[in-house]
Write a protein that binds this ligand. Sequence first.
Ligand code: ZN
Ligand code: ZN
Length: 138
Amino acid sequence: MVNEEGVTHSTTTPQGVAMATTTETETITRCARCGRRLRNDSPDGYGPKCRRRVRKATRSTELGQYKEHLVEKAVELLEQGGLIPLRKTSKNVVFLAVSSDGATAYRTAMAACTCPAGLRAAYMCKHRIAAHIISLAA
Ligand SMILES: [Zn+2]
Ligand SMILES: [Zn+2]
């Protein structure tokens, strides 16, 4: 297996971007996971490599601890690009979890979530599971 992530991505200088002749520089899409620039539109916000990693993570046995329908919803959330990374601390990544209708957004980390279920801490909500999946894809 080739470690595709090991490829050092060349940091493009502002001048180096000149290869794109169109003026679409304002709409630079970056991978939600690695921050690499995406050439194509991405429905989930990931580049092809990161998408593969995330997909693989969704099949991890570690997720067996969660309710199956919640894992499915977490995967759905990720496929919709509903989990946007906000910042990274040493051991936690904070995400913005956007509801499918785009009306509400919660702050989510693997350890906590500001959605109603998360605040009650009754169970692992789909947002936290999605954050877990991302951490598994790391
Ligand atoms: Zn990526
Ligand atoms: Zn939540």
